[in-house]
Design a binder for this molecule. Structure first.
Ligand code: HEM
Length: 160
């Protein structure tokens, strides 16, 4: 017997109760699905939502590979030892994301002081990192939270 037929055979007051209960279940599922798309996972540290230390390393390595070879930003990376830089940037981002990593590099202001970095170069790096976070399928809210935290370094990194 179909659900409609079963409902039809019930007294009107019970039918109404059941219909309301079913509506409630449907609404909770929709809300849960919506929250899954838009919120960070409560209680899960940001660095784990980014894929843990390995996941972060993959994202920052790819970002640095791209900005260090892009004609719009590569000039700053001439003569820089990339494996060492990659290790330090991954540790820095992991720490910014509340991870257990140890960052032993300089402050953002000190490490970029000689590079004469323009706002457009900073923005390019953020765009590339956003694309790499998407490629790694990091949830939207976790991606935005990391980029929000990194945005505050702009005033130390951009000097022209
Ligand atoms: C969200 C933005 C950025 C973050 C979080 C970041 C992070 C870092 C970190 C952690 C280091 C290593 C510092 C050390 O080892 O002491 C570093 C160095 C460096 N960064 Fe950035 N950076 C950002 C933006 C940029 C941009 C936009 C450029 C250039 C287009 C850039 C170019 C460099 C270079 C060339 C170094 C090496 C400096 C040196 O060793 O003399 N960075 N960055």
């Amino acid at each position: 017997m179909s659900l409609n037929l079963r409902l039809a055979s019930l007294p009107p007051s019970r039918r109404r109760h059941l219909q309301l209960a079913l509506l409630g279940i449907a609404l909770s599922w929709s809300l849960a699905a919506l929250l899954a798309c838009t919120s960070t996972t409560p209680g899960t540290p940001l660095y784990l939502q980014l894929g843990g230390e390995r996941g972060i390393e993959a994202i920052t390595d790819r970002t640095l590979d791209r900005v260090s070879t892009d004609p719009r930003s590569q000039r700053s990376f001439d003569g820089i030892k990339m494996p060492y830089l990659k290790k330090n940037v991954a540790a820095y981002v992991c720490k910014v994301a509340d991870g257990p990593c140890v960052y032993e590099g300089e402050t953002m202001a000190n490490s970029h002081a000689q590079s004469n970095i323009a706002g457009s170069e900073f923005d390019l790096m953020v765009t590339v990192m956003r694309e790499e976070l998407d490629r790694a399928q990091v949830p939207t809210a976790a991606k935005n939270e990391l980029l929000r935290r990194l945005a505050s370094t702009r005033r130390d990194i951009v000097t022209r």
